[in-house]
Ligand binder design. Structure first.
Ligand code: ADE
Length: 232
């Protein structure tokens, strides 16, 4: 039976989904509350992981070990890395990588985790297509892009830092959890996709824009996740 794990780093990224679900069981692990139940009749486990890559990786592992999820969706907000991707638009991950991993001294590519045999962790093709189609249905006025999500334990709000991430990784958006969810899902052989609505441009305007747009952006992403559950 399919059971979808849905991770948001912050409460506002999962609150609308939690409100709509029928909760069967609440389980606390590693100080995170996992809500198991159904959302529009689909088996789900919804959880707020907390911010950053360690929280997100722990959360993903628990979803795999304890809840035996068959798919993982990460919903939330991100900073745009492309001029044409604006606040409110949505990015669906093709793959994800850690922009703050650097073992070049031993011959690895910037961003590559040693001994994994890959630079980026690829999202599931079917989940990508389901997310894109659902986005066009549920948010027809919102532009949806398919591209690379890059993650690190940093909020990017400096245009030079942003530019170096763009030059190094060709990412579409930057956030703080996706790559570790992708990494952990890959190690557990669980298909995943990351869905992020843009809350800021990851440059000197990010500090101002982020608080103004995070709520609406998080709601766009969550609405899309709710809609796509029926099609998985
Ligand atoms: N999440 C939303 N905006 C972000 C940014 N600019 N950097 C990192 N994570 C983010």
């Amino acid at each position: 039976m399919k059971r979808i794990g849905i991770i948001g780093a912050m409460e506002l990224e999962v609150e609308a989904l939690k409100k709509n679900m029928i909760i069967r069981r609440r389980v606390e692990r590693t100080s995170m509350e996992f809500l198991e139940g159904t959302l529009d009749g689909v088996e789900v486990v919804i959880v707020r992981s907390g911010i950053g890559k360690v929280n997100a990786a722990l959360c993903t592992q628990i979803l795999c070990d304890i809840f035996k999820v068959t798919h993982i969706i990460n919903t939330g907000v991100a900073g745009s890395l492309k001029n044409e991707i604006n606040i409110g638009d949505i990015v669906v991950s093709v793959d994800a990588l850690h922009h703050d991993m650097d073992v070049r001294v031993f011959g690895y590519q910037l961003g590559e985790v040693p001994q994994m045999g890959r630079l980026a962790f690829e999202a599931d093709e079917k989940l990508i297509q389901t997310a894109v189609t659902s986005c066009r249905e549920v948010n027809p006025d919102i532009a949806v892009y398919q591209g690379r999500v890059v993650s690190g334990d940093q909020f990017i709000s400096d245009k030079q830092v942003k530019q170096s991430i763009i030059d190094n990784f060709q990412g579409f958006c930057v956030e703080m959890e996706g790559a570790s969810i992708a990494h952990a899902a890959h190690l557990n052989h669980v298909p995943f996709v990351i869905i992020r609505a843009i809350s800021d441009k990851a440059d000197d305007s990010a500090e101002m824009d982020y608080p103004s747009f995070e709520k609406a952006a998080a709601a766009h992403s969550a609405a899309l996740v709710k809609h796509m559950l029926q099609k998985i």
